[in-house]
Design a protein around this ligand. Structure first.
Ligand SMILES: [Zn+2]
Ligand SMILES: [Zn+2]
Ligand SMILES: [Zn+2]
Length: 453
């Protein structure tokens, strides 16, 4: 797979390629009819630029290139600007857009990306780890993974990079946990508590009968008699340009002298109630639930970018770094199974496992590095809460405390104290979820999540 590639990456070969500065181009689905000066058709090696020549060619990229190349190589769409904008999200450059009208322009614009692709160490192109692909993709483009508003998804935001690297958002969250990416607040979404959809409609409802058939009306105030009411009630049916007080029947003379407009009220067309207040209610467009505003959940949306460590992970050419950062998942599964077997062998029935899942506090510091520090500090405090006998194993954000002499019931009773001991050292309280499992429950959990492999 890498035979011709190793030549490509030797300094001599790169130097030669740069001397004539030709850019190799791979057309998908087929050859390009005309190539601009300085471009050559790609041989069977790694092309510099992928060019989509037909309207549905983006769907073919995954079958024509191995995953790492499909994720990393820059793509130009020359098929013509026909179709919805979403059709072009796979490409870095679309001809006809943003002042780029020819393949020659596009090649020029992609010069530094191509240079950085050349600088990638060969193991990157062989990786099967989508997290490495995502890191390398953003590294060569020197940009963050930006969300965009997208009503076609339940989240109402999407990342174009998810098309090139499926699951990119989830992968980015993992990479934040590993300190290789950091996230920056982009926007907040209100979401349905039942189905997590952010596609919500908002409406006001009458506080008396609940109808949504309400409308705001201006209020007029007649100073001579003190009456206040909706503006329509002051319209004189016989004379269009006259306002008449419905209470004292006098004609209103001059604005701000004998009458004024103190504000608006809400009038319900269903029950006729006139009120200063309405309740706001959300309707979920996906599951059809009606949700009071107090029950609405919220989700933060982030942009993700590489940290120094993230760039280093790519340029070092050792995707193994990533594996070294997270053997915890596997070790945790093994430790839990060993613990359970040991307990069974001893005939020890008073044992349980406490799971503590740590969430990053909303509104707290959201950089990868400080999150790492919080996790480390949290792990130390958790350690202090238990005797030395209790084993604690950790995955990215979950801690498993293996407790050998207390039952699930005992630990449940002690939970409030454990929680307060964990919380009192933090200025911003970390968000924690607790779950306690008896041995047989854990066995089911471990095998269902397959973490023992
Ligand atoms: Zn009403
Ligand atoms: Zn009046
Ligand atoms: Zn819903």
């Amino acid at each position: 797979m890498h035979g011709s590639r190793s030549l490509f990456y030797s300094p001599v070969a790169v130097g030669t390629a740069r001397l004539d500065s030709s850019v190799s181009v791979l057309g998908i689905p087929g050859r390009l009819k005309a190539l601009p000066p300085g471009c050559v058709e790609s041989d069977d090696g790694i092309p510099d630029i992928v060019v989509l020549t037909e309207t549905n060619a983006a769907a073919l990229v995954a079958s024509r290139l191995r995953p790492a190349l499909a994720a990393v190589l820059p793509i130009v769409d020359v098929s013509g600007r026909i179709g919805p904008p979403s059709r072009f999200r796979r490409a870095d450059i679309v001809l006809g857009g943003s002042g780029c009208n020819s393949l020659a322009d596009a090649t020029e614009m992609l010069h530094s990306v191509v240079q950085r692709v050349h600088g990638l160490p060969p193991p990157i192109f062989a990786t099967a780890d989508p997290r490495i692909m995502l890191l390398a993709r953003l590294h060569v483009r020197e940009r963050a993974m930006q969300p965009r508003r997208d009503p076609s998804t339940k989240e109402t935001v999407s990342y174009d990079d998810e098309i090139a690297v499926p699951g990119a958002r989830m992968l980015a969250e993992q990479l934040v946990g590993l300190g290789l990416m950091e996230r920056r607040f982009f926007d907040m979404r209100s979401v349905c508590p039942y189905c997590d959809s952010a596609r919500l409609s908002v409406r006001e409802r009458c506080i008396s009968c609940g109808s949504a058939d309400v409308a705001d009306h201006a209020v007029l105030h007649h100073m001579r008699c003190g009456y206040q009411g909706p503006e329509e009630d002051f319209f004189d049916p016989s004379k269009e340009d006259v306002l008449r007080c419905p209470k004292c029947t006098r004609r209103l003379e001059e604005f701000s002298i004998d009458y004024d407009r103190p504000g608006t009220v809400c009038v319900c067309r269903a029950c006729g109630r006139v009120s200063g207040d309405t309740t706001v209610e959300f309707g979920c467009l996906d599951c059809d639930a009606d949700i009071a505003s107090a029950n609405i959940d919220s989700r933060s949306v982030y942009a993700y970018s590489l940290t120094e460590a993230g760039h280093a992970c790519v340029t070092s050419g050792s995707p193994a770094i990533l594996a070294a950062l997270e053997p915890q998942e596997r070790t945790a599964g093994t430790s839990i199974r060993n613990f359970l077997e040991r307990q069974a062998d001893l005939g020890q029935h008073r044992s349980c496992i406490l799971c503590v899942r740590l969430h990053e506090a909303e509104g707290g510091p959201s950089h990868g590095r400080s999150w790492q520090q919080i996790r480390r500090f949290f792990a130390a405090i958790l350690r202090e809460c238990f005797t030395a006998e209790a084993e604690i194993v950790a995955t990215l954000s979950t801690y498993f405390v293996l407790i050998s002499r207390d039952s699930k019931h005992d630990v449940e009773a002690a939970l409030p104290e454990i929680r307060s001991r964990l919380e009192r050292h933090f200025a911003v309280k970390p968000m924690m979820e607790f779950a306690i499992f008896a041995p047989d429950e854990v066995l089911a959990l471990v095998s269902s999540r397959d973490i023992h492999h």
